[in-house]
Design a protein around this ligand. Structure first.
Ligand SMILES: [Zn+2]
Length: 392
């Protein structure tokens, strides 16, 4: 962030100088044009056949000299501006790291014959998942890559989320209605109904909103009592003549903020229901990469130490990086918490029904007949319900 602010300062200086020079030059040019026009008018009064009197000749010569001087001044000022602009470039170089080759030495492998098609597929898939079907089609056609599955559930979700962000809850409500049974414990239906009630209040009238609230809110009253009360109270400020709402209702009455919040809840809940990762593989890789690279860069010197190189395998990270809430969890290795051994192909990590992960050897050791008690939660389950986890 400090780096961005540092560059912004230099950029602001350059912009201010540029604007000032622009204004100054425009005024100077306008003045010169007026002077030339006036002189032209003066000369037009003369008969074309008469020779110019010496004082007029002097006027023209002076005018040409002052024009030349003005043009010279402008080009000098312009040249000086270039120094300010190039300072921004230098400031970017100074504040940001341009060369990550030391910590990501395999970057060029993206372009190898095996990986390039995978990258292209990931890009196309990402475009489709964002709901940018036209762009995805154009990319596939222009890059001449094999078609990628187009009818992706994610595209539909993105369309619903985009409509929400625009303030229209209808497509998302229809999607939710089709899956009402699976979403009984989700906050999503209430979030959407609340958005629709407030939209009706704003656009049709408070009466319509209350009618809608009566029809749909009772089903959500027990779980969302506080939010529901706030929503109904907020309706009081929906009338055109209403005074500005108190601060705690402002968010509910701001269609943009409400839409953005609903879109976020929608993507999170719908992805959880469909068991989709909320981010496309490409978006996930970029997000995680952006978080990991600076940390790797900071310990670059230590990583290059022969002992460290020897201690860490090629595809492992020597440090743990917090990827934040939306970054998810990525592991390059798994160590069994029971046997305290690193997992291997012969002894892979196994995810138990409760979500805890132990190695297969540990699972076999803990199994009593057909029953297994998780050593952590401790849920009773069948060992056959455990699933192998693959790290790649
Ligand atoms: Zn467990």
């Amino acid at each position: 962030m400090d780096s961005c602010l540092g560059v912004e300062q230099d950029l602001d200086k350059a912009t201010t100088k540029f604007t000032a020079l622009n204004d100054q030059t425009s005024t100077a040019i306008d003045e010169l044009i007026t002077k030339v026009e006036n002189l032209k008018k003066e000369l037009a009064k003369q008969s074309p056949d008469d020779p110019l009197p010496p004082e007029e000749v002097k006027l023209i010569v002076d005018m040409i000299a002052s024009l030349k001087q003005a043009v010279f001044q402008m080009s000098t000022d312009h040249r000086e501006l270039h120094a300010t602009v190039s300072r921004v470039g230098k400031s970017i170089d100074r504040h940001f790291i341009a060369d990550y080759a030391a910590v990501a030495p395999k970057a060029e492998s993206f372009c190898s014959d095996t990986n390039r098609p995978l990258m292209e597929q990931a890009i196309a898939q990402h475009l489709y998942r964002q709901g940018l079907e036209d762009v995805g089609d154009a990319f596939i056609a222009e890059a001449r890559i094999p078609p990628v599955e187009r009818t992706c559930a994610f595209a539909q979700l993105q369309r619903c989320a985009a409509a929400l962000a625009e303030g229209d809850p209808q497509p998302a409500l229809e999607w939710v209605e089709e899956r009402a049974e699976d979403l009984t414990h989700s906050p999503l239906p209430f979030t959407l109904h609340r958005m629709k009630a407030l939209k009706l209040g704003r656009e049709v009238g408070v009466g319509a909103a209350i009618g809608y609230a009566r029809a749909v809110f009772p089903a959500h009253a027990a779980r969302h009592e506080r939010a529901l009360r706030a929503c109904v109270c907020a309706l009081a400020w929906c009338t055109p003549a209403a005074p500005p709402p108190p601060p705690h209702y402002r968010r509910l009455l701001d269609p943009k903020a409400l839409g953005a919040e609903a879109a976020e809840v929608f993507i999170r809940e719908s992805c959880a229901l469909l068991r989709l990762a909320p981010l496309s593989p490409l978006a996930g890789a970029v997000l995680v990469g952006a978080r990991v690279l600076p940390a790797l860069h900071d310990i670059r010197a230590k990583m290059a130490h022969p002992h460290v190189i020897a201690a860490w395998a090629d595809d492992e990270l020597p440090l743990e990086v917090d990827l934040g809430e939306e970054g998810g969890n990525y592991h390059s290795v798994f160590a069994c918490p029971i046997l305290r051994q690193q997992a291997s192909d012969a002894n892979p990590p196994m995810r138990l029904l409760c979500g805890h992960v132990i190695s297969r050897d540990a699972l076999n050791k803990l199994t009593m007949g057909v029953k297994l008690k998780c050593p952590y939660c401790p849920m009773e389950q069948s060992p056959s319900e455990a699933r192998q986890i693959y790290f790649s």
